[in-house]
Design a protein around this ligand. Structure first.
Ligand SMILES: [Zn+2]
Length: 300
């Protein structure tokens, strides 16, 4: 087994490859980045763990797609959990939020979400059209939904293991690659064996073991190449400018009518809980900016 660096294993994504078989994998550990999500809202425990699993899954999928812009995963439920949202960018910046109603007791995924939909949005962030796919939820866990989705969309057999608690969120992905001539002496049992060994992984091991230790424990009989770790961070892309643009889109009339009833318009970001306030003077500035000025008198 080779590993070319000693980057700390926290808040990182690491890819790995079976040298003698067409199987690839990824491991993600979210620590400070995950706690940054949690310290901004008081999420019920059972919801928190689902969010953490979806956050780990988003990083695994972003790494699989090698995307440039950003990826948004949403689970829209008809049970007490209404919405789980995670956004992860190609450079591994992550944010997440959720909506729910009432007290959430410990119950099954099906009881929490009910029937619902799973949506994936790929936004190239380069001015190009975002792609959105929405499917009915297929599966009784975040991992099952994700592996069903990925097996269909990637046309490659994919398995995921996910876990989260109040301190960490983690995930492992295995994907069966198309068999090429490169693996003439390939052992055909490699895929089922890799999956069976991964099934032995305990939640604590997934959450707490460094990638290298975890891979050694599972696949000590295989030749595994472990790639350099990529850093994962919490980051919210909201800004005062973006909120101002949103108010511009809302229109002068609407903004004026809100400000006729109250001192300020308050907008708060559901991801990071940042509050943005706009008073009458701020509103003037927003719409001043958006007015197309007539040609200057000086030209006549
Ligand atoms: Zn924000």
């Amino acid at each position: 087994m080779t590993n070319s660096n000693n980057i700390p294993q926290s808040d990182s994504l690491q890819r790995f490859l079976f040298e003698q078989a067409p199987v690839r994998g990824e491991l993600v550990h979210l620590d400070a980045s995950w706690r940054s999500v949690l310290e901004r809202h008081d999420y019920p425990e059972v919801l928190r763990n689902l969010m953490g699993e979806l956050a780990a899954a988003a990083v695994l999928l972003a790494a699989t797609l090698k995307l440039q812009g950003s990826l948004v995963l949403q689970i829209m439920g008809r049970g007490p959990v209404k919405l789980l949202v995670v956004e992860c960018s190609g450079d591994m910046k992550l944010r997440a939020t959720a909506k729910w109603s009432g007290e959430l007791a410990q119950s099954s995924f099906a009881e929490l979400i009910g029937e619902g939909q799973f949506a994936i949005t790929l936004d190239p962030k380069d001015g190009g059209q975002p792609y959105q796919g929405i499917v009915e939820i297929e599966g009784a866990s975040v991992a099952e939904i994700m592996q069903n989705y990925m097996s269909h969309s990637e046309q490659l057999e994919t398995r995921l293991w996910l876990a989260a608690d109040g301190q960490h969120a983690a995930g492992m992905l295995l994907q069966k690659l198309p068999d090429t001539d490169k693996h003439e002496d390939a052992d055909t049992d490699a895929w089922p064996r890799a999956v069976i060994l991964a099934e032995t992984l305990k939640t604590d091991e997934l959450l707490l073991l460094p990638a290298k230790t975890l891979i050694q424990r599972l696949y000590h009989e295989d030749d595994i190449r472990l790639f350099d770790a990529q850093r994962v961070e919490f980051f919210c892309s909201c800004s005062r400018d973006n909120v101002a643009k949103m108010l511009q889109m809302l229109g002068r009339e609407e903004v004026d009518s809100i400000l006729a009833e109250r001192e300020t318009i308050e907008v708060h970001c559901e991801f990071c809980n940042q509050r943005y306030e706009f008073d009458k003077v701020d509103a003037e500035m927003i719409f001043l900016d958006s007015i197309v000025l007539p040609p200057s008198e000086a030209r006549h």
